[in-house]
Design a protein around this ligand. Structure first.
Ligand code: DOR
Ligand code: ZN
Length: 441
């Protein structure tokens, strides 16, 4: 007779690392105690998952929760509630806040605040600058720190390390994987004068053209190889980079964003205007198809939202004054499930990209697999549920989504966080119980 479980998840189809299986899962003390448990096993709580898929808790490894910064668009409490409602068990939050997270006191503040106020589990990036290089080796080992983030090209905020000399110094300080925003700053600046204020929003992808991104990635790969420092290229947006990165699998991993897998230029700019503007830009069909091919052939390690809230007023300014960045933490899982139903990827590949991949790339401990001993984090999914994404459902204070009106099939109906139901059917349950994710040192 087995000891009673705290929780039994019964009758669902579990997405295990080795395939999909209908199985009952026993949870004890916040961790997965056993798979293949008898349906009649004693448990304090039973969740009937018949007809649902049971996924390991999904992770969005790329969000900007703007905290500290602008509470009128997002905060850690609102953004992590949005994450739960959208079917995520953890988010990794970017450091380009105001002020940015670039030193020990600011990191200490954020560790303490996030551990108290986050509704889902959370990892924290630390920003690399030209003046904190000597501190990075210590900062990257801080509690909850998933990686150092380097903006090699300018975007929202003032973080930037654009020259090879400082990039190399950053790579030689510390040893964990560094996550890069890869666009060549010199080319961005040189091209800016080619365009006039008030031109169509689609100019965004001409200004920040393919070569801006590809040149940035070539420079970073040369430096990563020379220094031996592992690199993670965030939001890869061109066919050229995806082909090129296949030759750097010993040193580099990469991310593709939901927006680049869903939106295509020029239509996106025509229908969404400033609400299509992000860095790196939404590009044409050739790049969209290359992104899906790179999902299919395994080039891509992670998929994120790059959730980047801005006020409607800033998004509606004429180009290029409009703020760059699109919201997405609440819509990432629903839209990806729709892509599964449309046959663009399998559910096991989705779990690989949105759970195992982030855990592997960033070295998250106890996350990434639905297996005995791992954290009892689950995303419960109804693959048949049809629903329209409504702006009224969005809980981020900025209030908008580029996916408003989209009809999707497949919906996250629950999130279990270390054995406790934290979201069920559009309702966040209980107080903030997120914790800092632990990472390999
Ligand atoms: O479009 C973007 N928005 N790209 C980035 O790199 C930053 C982000 C933001 O923070 O707004
Ligand atoms: Zn970002």
């Amino acid at each position: 007779m087995t000891e009673p479980y705290d929780l039994l998840i019964r009758g669902g189809t579990a997405v295990l690392p080795w395939g999909m299986e209908e199985t009952n899962i026993g949870v004890r003390d916040g961790r997965i105690a056993a798979l293949g448990v008898p349906a009649t096993a004693a448990a304090a709580q039973v969740i009937d998952a018949a007809g649902l898929h049971v996924l390991p808790g999904l992770i969005d490894p790329h969000v900007h929760l703007r905290d500290p910064g602008d509470a009128s668009v997002e905060t850690i409490p609102t953004g992590t509630k949005a994450a739960l409602l959208g079917g995520l068990a953890a988010v990794f939050d970017m450091p380009n806040t105001a002020p940015s997270i670039t030193d020990a006191p600011r990191l200490a503040w954020k560790q303490d605040y996030a551990a108290r106020e986050s509704y889902c589990d959370i990892g924290l990036y630390v920003g690399g600058t030209k003046t904190n290089i000597a501190e990075l080796a210590a900062l990257e080992l801080g509690a909850g720190v998933c990686a150092i983030k380097i903006f090699a090209g300018s975007s929202t905020g003032d973080l930037m390390v654009e020259d090879d000399e400082h990039l190399e110094l950053v790579m030689r300080s510390g040893r964990r994987r560094i996550a890069y925003h890869s666009e060549d700053e010199y080319r961005l600046q040189a091209r800016k004068g080619m365009f006039k204020r008030g031109e169509p929003y689609a100019r965004h992808m001409e200004w920040r053209d393919e070569e801006c991104a590809f040149l940035g990635t070539r420079r970073l790969m040369a430096l990563a190889q020379a220094t031996g420092r592992p690199a993670h290229i965030l939001h890869v947006s061109t066919a050229e980079e995806l082909a090129y990165l296949k030759d750097f699998r010993d040193i580099a991993t990469c991310e593709v964003l939901l927006n680049h897998l869903t939106q295509i230029a020029p239509e996106a700019y025509e229908t969404l205007g400033g609400y299509a503007v992000m860095n790196p830009p939404i590009r044409g069909r050739r790049h969209y198809e290359a992104a899906w091919a790179a999902i299919a052939d395994g080039t891509v390690d992670t998929v994120g939202s790059d959730h980047a809230p801005h006020s409607r007023a800033k998004k509606e300014l004429p180009w290029p004054d409009c703020a760059a960045g699109l919201t997405g933490v609440q819509t990432l899982v629903p839209v990806m499930l729709d892509h599964v139903n449309a046959g663009r990827l399998s559910l096991p590949r989705l779990v690989d990209l949105m759970c195992a991949g982030p855990a592997r790339v960033y070295g998250a401990l106890g996350k990434g697999r639905l297996a005995a001993g791992y954290d009892a984090d689950f995303t419960l999914v109804d693959m048949q549920r049809r629903r329209r994404i409504e702006e009224s459902w969005i809980v981020s204070p900025c209030g908008w989504t580029p996916f408003a009106g989209m009809q999707v099939t497949g919906w996250p109906v629950g999130v279990i966080l270390r054995g406790t139901m934290a979201m069920r059917e559009d309702e966040v349950l209980g107080p903030p119980r997120g914790r800092l994710v632990r990472f390999r040192g």
